[in-house]
Design a protein around this ligand. Structure first.
Ligand code: ADP
Ligand code: MG
Ligand code: MG
Length: 251
């Protein structure tokens, strides 16, 4: 589904990703861990197509197509979802109306008719139940005055609504309380099927107690320096990142 080969990228002339290789197949959950400043968010941003990052080498194929050629909107149409891609607060725009536009844009990209009001409502009800979000939250202005947990719930709802083939979650290192972890994990576990895949990016092991990954990769200094199963995450919790840093300081 996703095949990253020797991906190199940077920002403002600074090299950040120095040759990333990663293959993700349908049904798999991959976790990327690593110390602060390793390039985790840069990888997520490059996959999402954020314009400020420059790809300097390598390739990314998504469902056999060159992902790097696509705009962020086309990537969404192809079935890529990046949590935190819409963190903006939009006064006057409710989550419901925002979602209607987002869902129908993806359908249009795929050559499908837009959902009418009845069909959209049906889809919404189904996904609301799936991720356990309240009607009250959905009718408020997008993200305006939302607590951390409410933003997370909203994000997870967006993910469920768009039914992505590959969902990428970049869990920022701060402000991820146990509530938000549980919400994120519940959402991811609810949308998992044998046909879609999830890439969870996190600094902390504890998220992986709730979203159990098939594979864990350690990103350090712009490279994946170690890969393994969930045992690797537990090992890292024991040792911290100091061992990785001293083992790979000249990598
Ligand atoms: P992580 O998510 O693993 O903490 P990031 O991808 O955020 O790492 O950052 C990787 C490196 O790139 C860091 O050294 C960071 O300072 C640098 N970096 C990230 N964004 C920018 C930017 N907009 N301008 C300059 N340097 C940046
Ligand atoms: Mg960071
Ligand atoms: Mg980060």
């Amino acid at each position: 589904m996703l095949s990253i080969k020797n991906l190199q990228a940077g920002i403002e002339g600074k090299d950040i990703l120095k040759g990333i290789n990663l293959d993700i197949k349908p049904g798999e959950v991959h976790a990327i861990m690593g110390p602060n400043g390793s390039g985790k968010s840069t990888l997520a941003s490059v996959l999402a197509g954020r314009q400020d990052y420059e790809v300097t080498g390598g390739s990314v194929e998504f469902n056999g197509k060159d992902l790097l050629e696509f705009s962020p909107e086309q990537r969404a149409g192809e079935g890529l979802f990046l949590a935190f891609q819409y963190p903006v607060e939009i006064p006057g725009l409710s989550t419901v109306n925002f979602m209607k536009t987002a869902v129908n844009e993806v359908r249009k990209y795929r050559g499908e008719e837009p959902l009418d009001a009845v069909a959209f409502l049906k889809l919404m009800k189904e996904k609301m139940a799936l991720v356990n979000i309240s009607k009250e939250l959905l009718t408020r202005s997008l993200n305006e005055g939302f607590s951390g947990g409410e933003k997370k719930r909203n994000e997870v709802f967006q993910m469920a609504m768009l039914e992505p083939k590959l969902a990428i979650l970049d869990e920022t290192d701060s402000g991820l309380d146990i509530d938000a972890i549980r919400i994120a994990a519940h959402g991811v576990n609810a949308i998992r099927t044998k046909d879609n895949a999830v890439l969870v990016i996190t600094h902390y092991q504890r998220l992986l107690d709730y979203i159990v990954p098939d594979f864990v990769h350690v990103l350090y200094n712009g490279r994946i320096v170690k890969s393994g199963t969930k045992e690797l995450a537990l090992e890292l919790e024991e040792t911290g990142y100091d061992q990785i840093k001293s083992d790979y300081q000249f990598a």
